[in-house]
Design a protein around this ligand. Structure first.
Ligand code: NDP
Ligand code: MG
Ligand code: MG
Length: 340
């Protein structure tokens, strides 16, 4: 069974005489740094000299030094620069990690695929909030929590988990609940999810649905509404109360059609495709491809990124969303009028 930890499982005094170096001040970095600081933990932010994030740290009233200096001063080094630059930053700070220090991550890619290989005398842990950084920060400020994952890859001190739990409490995750996992499981499920279901799967499903309607002569606007705009409403229902609640709130016609045709679209071939995607995650093929792609300055990424922006559905969507905003404004103005 899966262990879930809460605030009462964490001992914040474990961070009493500890300095945390937060490397990077982006999505996760700013949230961890500010939440740790507000929880009374000594925090120093590490950024490169010419970093565009420097002014944000200063405006937030935290201390900022170079990654090397931050790591030298810290007992816990939280690696919160983008995954693709972590090996490079690690090379710079490697010598500053002393026996008993902790190297802390929010995602397992570089450890799991051996892009970073820490010495045996440091703890290697993960506290991964399951949400973007601005929510980690906002929830904390509102007295709420953000669910997170905890994993220990290397326990040199014998107390890696205790420290990680204290860290999860200080950034607010333990308020909501922290699920125990491993670096392997977190990394492989994260990559599979974003490739097959979430980012990759859903974007292709929407585009292929849109193209099918437009190619059959239906209007771009109708295709956009049916295949993209309504997606959120359906997902919201499933998110709130499960797939059953979604089926309950659509028409019986939608339910019967969906139950019979959904399986026809996402058929055994799609299942086999998903298994292949998972295999490439598990055997490291995807990781090697992505590391190589970055070393080559991202030729494939750059081309695909542009092609996606150029898809017709983006132009249609921009036009329609602007129209919606105008209508909403009109509506609320009318409401204001009525109140007067
Ligand atoms: P960001 O892309 O937001 O990090 C940007 C920060 O890293 C900036 O402060 C930037 O400063 C700094 N940075 C970039 N390049 C370098 C470099 N070469 N040297 C030093 N600093 C650099 O990262 P995220 O917060 O998205 O991700 C951090 C970690 O958190 C990752 O492991 C990610 O997988 C994980 N994570 C992210 C989530 C998210 O929602 N974003 C959710 C859960 C986990 P500048 O470039 O100005 O120097
Ligand atoms: Mg991911
Ligand atoms: Mg309908």
């Amino acid at each position: 069974t899966t262990e879930i930890y809460y605030e009462s499982d964490a001992d914040e005094s474990q961070l009493d005489d500890v300095t945390v170096a937060v490397l990077g001040y982006g999505s996760q970095g700013h949230a961890h740094a500010l939440n740790l600081h507000d929880s009374g933990v000594d925090v120093v932010v590490g950024l490169r000299e010419d970093s565009s994030s420097r002014s944000a740290v200063e405006a937030d009233g935290l201390e900022v030094v170079t990654p090397v200096e931050a790591a030298a001063r810290a007992d816990i080094v939280s690696m919160l620069v983008p995954d693709t630059v972590q090996p490079h930053v690690y090379e710079q700070i490697e010598d500053e990690l002393e026996a008993g220090d902790t190297l802390q991550f929010a995602h397992g890619f570089n450890i799991h695929y051996n892009q970073i290989q820490p010495d045996e005398d440091v703890d290697v842990t993960m506290i991964a909030p399951k949400s973007p950084g601005h929510l980690v920060r906002r929830n904390y400020e509102n007295g709420e929590g953000t669910p997170g994952l905890l994993a220990v890859y290397q326990d040199a001190t014998g107390d890696a988990k205790g420290r990680a739990l204290a860290y999860s409490k200080a950034i607010g995750c333990a308020r909501a609940g922290v699920v125990e996992t491993s670096f392997r499981e977190e990394t492989e499920t994260d990559l599979f999810g974003e490739q097959a279901v979430l980012c990759g799967g859903i974007a292709e499903l929407i585009k292929v649905g849109y193209e099918t309607l437009v190619d059959a002569g239906y209007s771009k606007e109708m295709a956009y509404f049916e295949c993209l705009n309504e997606m959120k409403l359906i997902v919201d229902l499933m998110y709130e109360d499960g797939i059953g609640a979604m089926w309950d709130s659509v028409s019986d016609t939608a339910e019967y059609g969906g139950l019979t045709r959904g399986e026809a679209v996402i058929d055994d071939q799609v299942r086999a495709n998903m298994e292949e995607v998972l295999e490439e995650v598990q055997n490291g093929e995807f990781a090697t491809e992505w590391v190589t792609e970055n070393q080559a300055n991202r030729p494939v990424y750059t081309q695909l990124n542009q092609a996606e922006k150029d898809h017709e559905i983006e132009e249609v969507g921009e036009r329609l969303r602007a129209l919606f905003a105008w209508q909403e404004e009109q509506e609320s103005e009318t409401e204001d009028e009525r109140e007067k």
